[in-house]
Design a protein around this ligand. Structure first.
Ligand code: CMC
Length: 431
């Protein structure tokens, strides 16, 4: 790579190419294969994108070996300790931390958009009473495109910005209304005197019949959880948003696609699965049995909240959450310490087990988040919704970055066809 090209040789195909090498500000270099097919007729093959950078981005940096996560260059540990979620949202969207005037203006813009169009409420009545809130989220967020026609021109930067603000502002309202639908309570309107996170908690837990005061420990925990989930570069749901957006689909449809992708248990659905798993394990004496199941290749069971495609040393978000979990359980009037003790013990046993050590499997962001959500009174089926609330700003930031790139193209992977060669149609009576 001395001359900043990579020599690709394939004697079988008679290919000898000098491919350009692209360097980021940090992280591994990439070989630019974008013209390989045009020049040689050969494709690259990388299922699961194990070695593929799908785009250039200036938003988030991860070093999986060193356990580093940075938003726009700022370490996650510093943002988690010092920032508010809306400050981080501004950072992700605009590239720099806001001044106090910029932050105040941004907060006012977001507050202005928190309410839903009143007819949107009718959508909730169409869902079965026990619909999973992620199913409701996919439907209601997608339906925003049927309401806000004045911000749907994806080629207009102002429209894009208004849609970004609407998404960020309305997601907590939509999420809390999904929960209220599940428990058959009236939907609570946003209270714009409250902070972003307090407003969400108020819409979740207040009722029209009695006063409700947001607990400051709960507000602080939600602020932190949203920050930790705000972005994670080209994960499955963000890549889904980018791919959907690359066809110039409207942003509400793209974010609905992102929510659908997040729902899977290998991605954001893992936080719900972790709590179900801990409840199933039930007692420290059962841990060995579940570790054995996770190691057994004939058993589909995996230790949920463990392992990550990029982090191969530790997930810095899990380290922060372990501490916060302790703090929240100490301060809130809940008795979930046995569950936390069980999680700690499970982590300790797994981290000393050769199977997990060899494969570099560590607790990820989903391992401790569920215990915190539970302590806040958030039910299991809302955990992935909480992830979606934090991640919305990341999805939107990536969509904005892609849409403002003059080189933006529709995403269109190719395939290795392994099906039948050409054959002639056989009339049904002859088959
Ligand atoms: N329990 C047991 N074995 C595991 C686990 C686990 N949680 N995770 C990976 N492995 C094994 C896997 O069987 C494979 O073993 P072998 O080499 O013998 O075939 C090896 O480790 C590598 O796993 P992989 O599936 O090839 O790795 P991946 O990078 O494709 O998958 C992952 C990453 C996160 C999907 C996977 O670790 C997993 O399924 N974890 C559990 C679900 C989870 O916690 N997901 C949340 C991810 S973090 C937040 C987010 O992205 O939403």
């Amino acid at each position: 790579m001395a001359d900043n090209t990579y020599e690709l040789c394939n004697e079988h195909k008679g290919i000898k190419e000098h491919l350009p090498v692209i360097e980021g500000t940090q992280g591994p270099h990439a070989v630019d294969v974008s013209k390989l097919y045009r020049d040689t007729g050969v494709l690259t093959y990388d299922p699961g994108f194990m070695s593929t950078a799908s785009c250039e981005s200036r938003i988030t940096y991860i070093d999986g070996e060193a356990g580093i996560l940075e938003y726009r260059g700022y370490p996650i540990e510093q943002l988690a300790e010092k920032a508010t979620f809306l400050e981080v949202a501004y950072l992700l969207l605009h590239g720099d931390l806001p001044s106090s005037v910029q932050l105040r203006e941004f907060e006012q813009i977001i507050v202005y958009h928190t309410m839903l169009n009143e007819t949107l409420k009718n959508f909730y009545d169409g869902f079965h009473h026990d619909a999973h809130p992620m199913a409701i989220m996919v439907g209601v967020v997608g339906s925003l495109s049927a309401f806000y026609h004045d911000s749907l021109d994806v080629n207009d930067p102002h429209h894009r910005e208004v849609s970004a603000h609407r998404l960020l502002a309305k997601m907590p309202t939509i999420a809390a209304a999904s929960y209220k639908h599940n428990i058959s309570e009236p939907i609570v309107y946003p209270d714009n005197n409250l902070s972003y996170c307090a407003n969400f908690l108020n819409m979740m837990f207040s009722t029209p019949c009695e006063p409700y005061e947001v607990n400051s420990t709960a507000e602080k925990a939600v602020n932190l959880l949203f920050i930790l989930h705000a972005d994670h570069e080209q994960n499955a749901s963000t890549s889904t948003v980018r791919l959907a957006g690359s066809s110039l689909a409207n942003p509400f449809a793209c974010i609905a696609a992102g929510i659908a992708s997040l729902w899977g248990p290998a991605h954001g659905g893992a936080n719900e699965a972790v709590l179900n798993m801990l409840t199933d394990i039930g007692d420290v004496s059962q841990i060995d049995k579940y570790i054995a199941k996770a190691k057994d290749k004939s058993d589909k069971f995996r230790l949920m909240g463990f392992g990550h495609r990029v982090y191969k040393n530790f997930d810095p978000r899990a380290d922060i959450l372990r501490e916060v979990c302790k703090e929240v359980l100490d301060k809130l009037p809940v008795d979930d310490s046995p569950l936390f003790e069980l999680a700690l013990r499970l982590e300790e046993i797994a981290l000393h087990d050769e199977y997990f050590v060899k494969r570099k499997l560590y607790p990820n962001v989903d391992f401790y988040s569920g215990i915190i959500y539970r302590a806040l009174g958030i039910p299991n089926n809302m955990f992935t919704v909480m992830f979606a609330l934090g991640r919305t700003v990341g999805w939107v930031a990536h969509w904005m970055e892609m849409m403002s790139d003059p080189e933006q193209k529709i995403g269109r992977p190719r395939q290795i066809y392994k099906g039948s060669p050409r054959r002639e149609y056989i009339p049904i009576e002859n088959r």
